[in-house]
Design a protein around this ligand. Structure first.
Ligand code: ADP
Ligand code: MG
Length: 702
């Protein structure tokens, strides 16, 4: 990734802006008494429940800070299962009996709130008679100030649960999975002589998005209603020239980016890189990695700020996975690793052999996790919009595999064959240091892999650009926790048999590699040959979201989530139900929008042009020819439209499961037929009769 400008370090002014709108622990330390601060710190570090007596003091400090920052309202900010964020603002001011008002915000307001939760999806968890849910403060993610043109709000990151204690959000399972990973890794660290109080996963997400002029957006009801274009002929020039990639950023875009980045800095989001992406009009923004939970909160804020700020610059930020057919889609590469509170990245190969022992162990754990739980990783990125990327001839494919790179693969292969540089086939004898220098640069990496080792972390590339990263991280944390446990148990068994650490580990690595190396693929993930090869290896190819979602509640997965206390059966079923529901609803909206636009805009446009042609009279050869072509294509559109109407009107079934399948199997293909006919027309109907801005307009006018 190319760095354009690292403002955080380059400019001291930035040091003053950075995190100025977040309430850091450091800031709280200045504002709290020593015992209060200590208690809060313990709460955060140990994940303990906060002492109510302390909560009042913290709330007072928080309120004072927020009022100083100009906030008039506060909100518990949470992540419902829609994948978006939710907030309900309360004023700090309460009227008093003498007619004035005082600023009120106590410990109870901080710790817990009760939003009217009945309109958030619960997947059946919340019975209608108990529609309430509550939000609870997550002190591990700092509170922050959200500014809008006319004021500011204190946002308190919170978890959202039902009164029966079930998670109704994306944050709670993420926090639980972090704890599961922490426990599992802590158990094995002593074997490698590493000590840590806390282990957590780290995450850096690279966000891709498109920018188009707001005027075009407003003239495209498909973009407004669904986030993607449902019509649009391929422009004469797509991304063939690739001159946009890493090219100079247009001025208007740059001023938008700078504006957005300033807001992100104020919120303490460590944005680092920005650049043009491959497709015309496509860009990327990436922060430096942070602890996963904070990264997930920040990722939601990044999306929100991109959307809001673009409009201030007369632009629209499109975060949909595939806003334009035939043009590269957008993903959100999730760079994931595990780190200790003592600053060790457990997936970073070191210079000394002992670090490498632990590195190989954790690396093998990830390999096993991805192989055993291919389905879960695919499920974690499943949605109607991501189907236009995964499995649709675009990188990455829907088949999960790991790109390890030739060096690291070579290391494992040598372990298997026992052919090292040493005299006897022990682990350290394979050459000291065991690992060759591993390349870390983008150029050396395979770009078609859904899951790639990139030197000191894994990069999960199948994540969609518009989705919350919480579920993918939750899955990664959980499946790796399990693998660390499994490999850890095998290691201990070896040690009990009086094997040296080196020999015991060698057995574990060999066994793991033997069982799971089928998941490793360093070649071209686009290629047809890989699909055949992957099938031969028995790897899953869950092409569509629905193929994936139906496996979410499989016994293997339910057992895993239950064992690691990440999701219980009800919580798991609820999530599956909601995924079906969101799939159904979003394709349903697309189907109806397609029908509407075709019926009320495109068909009338084409018929109007046809009428013009007929008025020229049949004496003109050109008019006759054009009328014939347009007439034929218009008939095709009309036929396709009638079929789509039938499918849109059909119920499809009783359950969301059946309804979702109806959308995939009947509505989507019918929509495509309508689109095909319309796109043909777009190329032959007079431009002044065409009702929609074209791809050419939207993608190339900056
Ligand atoms: P490149 O794409 O060139 O490899 P970097 O390696 O610098 O660029 O980083 C890409 C992304 O990976 C950034 O968001 C970065 O913060 C993140 N990243 C780097 N190290 C880690 C880590 N240990 N854990 C999680 N993410 C990381
Ligand atoms: Mg990358």
């Amino acid at each position: 990734m190319r760095e354009v400008k690292d403002i955080t370090n380059a400019n001291t002014v930035m040091n003053e802006i950075f995190a100025s709108d977040t309430l850091s622990l450091e800031e709280l330390r200045h504002r709290l008494s020593k015992p209060a601060y200590k208690s809060l710190q313990a709460t955060i570090e140990k994940g303990a429940v906060i002492d109510p007596a302390i909560a009042d003091t913290v709330a007072l400090a928080m309120k004072t800070w927020a009022l100083e920052k100009g906030a008039t309202h506060y909100t518990h900010w949470f992540h419902p299962l829609t994948g978006l964020t939710a907030e309900k603002h309360d004023s700090f001011l309460s009227p008093t009996s003498d007619g004035s008002a005082i600023a009120q915000f106590g410990g109870r307001d901080l710790i817990q709130a009760e939003p009217d939760a009945s309109s958030f999806p619960s997947g059946g968890i919340r019975a209608t008679f108990e529609a309430r849910g509550y939000t609870a403060w997550d002190p591990t993610s700092p509170a922050f100030i959200m500014r809008h043109s006319n004021g500011a709000t204190l946002c308190i990151p919170t978890a959202f649960a039902s009164w029966t204690g079930e998670a109704l959000d994306l944050k709670i399972p993420l926090l639980r999975s972090t704890e599961a990973l922490n426990k599992a890794v802590q158990k094995v660290l002593p074997h490698f002589g590493i000590s840590a109080n806390k282990v957590s996963s780290t995450l850096g997400a690279e966000q891709e998005y498109f920018l188009i002029d707001e005027d075009f957006y407003l003239a495209r009801p498909d973009l407004v209603m669904t986030g993607r274009t449902l019509f649009g002929a391929k422009p004469p020039r797509g991304q063939e020239l690739e001159d946009h990639y890493f090219g100079s950023i247009p001025d208007r875009v740059l001023s938008f980016m700078t504006d957005a980045e300033h807001q992100m800095y104020a919120l303490g989001i460590p944005v680092k890189t920005r650049h043009n992406e491959v497709a015309p009009g496509q860009y990327e923004i990436a922060p430096i990695f942070e602890p996963s939970n904070v990264a997930a909160d920040h990722q939601q804020l990044i999306m929100q700020i991109l959307r809001n700020t673009a409009r201030k610059h007369g632009l629209m930020a499109l975060l949909h996975e595939k806003p334009f057919a035939g043009i590269n889609g957008s993903g959100k590469h999730c760079n994931w690793s595990m780190g200790t509170d003592t600053g060790i990245n457990l997936l970073e190969p070191g210079d000394d052999p002992h670090t490498n022992l632990s590195f190989l162990f954790f690396c093998a754990a990830v390999i096993r996790a991805v192989d055993v739980h291919q389905d879960l990783l695919r499920i974690s990125v499943a949605g109607a919009s991501n189907d236009h990327r995964l499995g649709a001839n675009e990188a990455p494919p829907a088949i999960l595999s790991i790109f390890l790179g030739s060096e690291l693969t070579g290391v494992f292969e040598r372990l298997m064959s026992g052919k090292g540089t040493g005299s006897k086939p022990g682990l350290l004898k394979l050459g000291t240091p065991v690992l060759p220098h591993l390349p870390m640069h983008a150029g050396d990496r395979n770009r078609t892999s859904p899951f790639a080792f990139t030197g000191n972390k894994f990069e999960f590339r199948a994540v969609g650009s518009s989705q919350s990263i919480s579920l993918p991280i939750t899955v990664l944390n959980t499946i790796v926790a399990e693998s660390v446990d499994v490999l850890g148990a095998a290691l201990e068994a070896g040690l009990k048999k009086k094997k040296s650490l080196e020999d015991a580990l060698l057995d574990v690595l060999k066994d793991t590699y033997k069982k799971h190396s089928r998941i490793i693929f360093n070649g071209d993930g686009y290629a047809e040959a890989w699909h055949k090869e992957a099938a031969k290896r028995g790897l899953l190819n869950l092409r569509t979201a629905l193929d994936a979602i139906e496996r979410f509640t499989d016994k293997k997965n339910a057992d895993l989530f239950a064992k690691y206390e990440v999701l219980n059966q009800r919580e798991l079923e609820a999530r599956q139900e909601i995924m079906y529901d969101i799939y159904f609803k979003s394709v349903n909206i697309e189907g109806e929008t397609t029908e509407w636009i075709a019926q009320t805009q495109i068909l009338p446009g084409a018929l109007g042009y046809l009428a013009d042609l007929s008025s020229v009279g049949m004496k003109s050869k050109a008019a006759t020819r054009a009328a014939e072509q347009v007439g034929k294509a218009t008939d095709a559109l009309s036929d396709a439209l009638e079929k789509l109407k039938t499918q849109n009107a059909a119920e499809g079934g009783e359950s969301v499961h059946e309804k979702a399948h109806h959308m995939r199997d009947k509505v989507l293909p019918a929509m495509l037929e309508v689109r095909k006919a319309a796109d043909t027309l777009e190329k032959i109907v007079a431009a002044d009769h065409w009702p929609l801005p074209s791809y050419r307009d939207m993608l190339f006018i900056k």
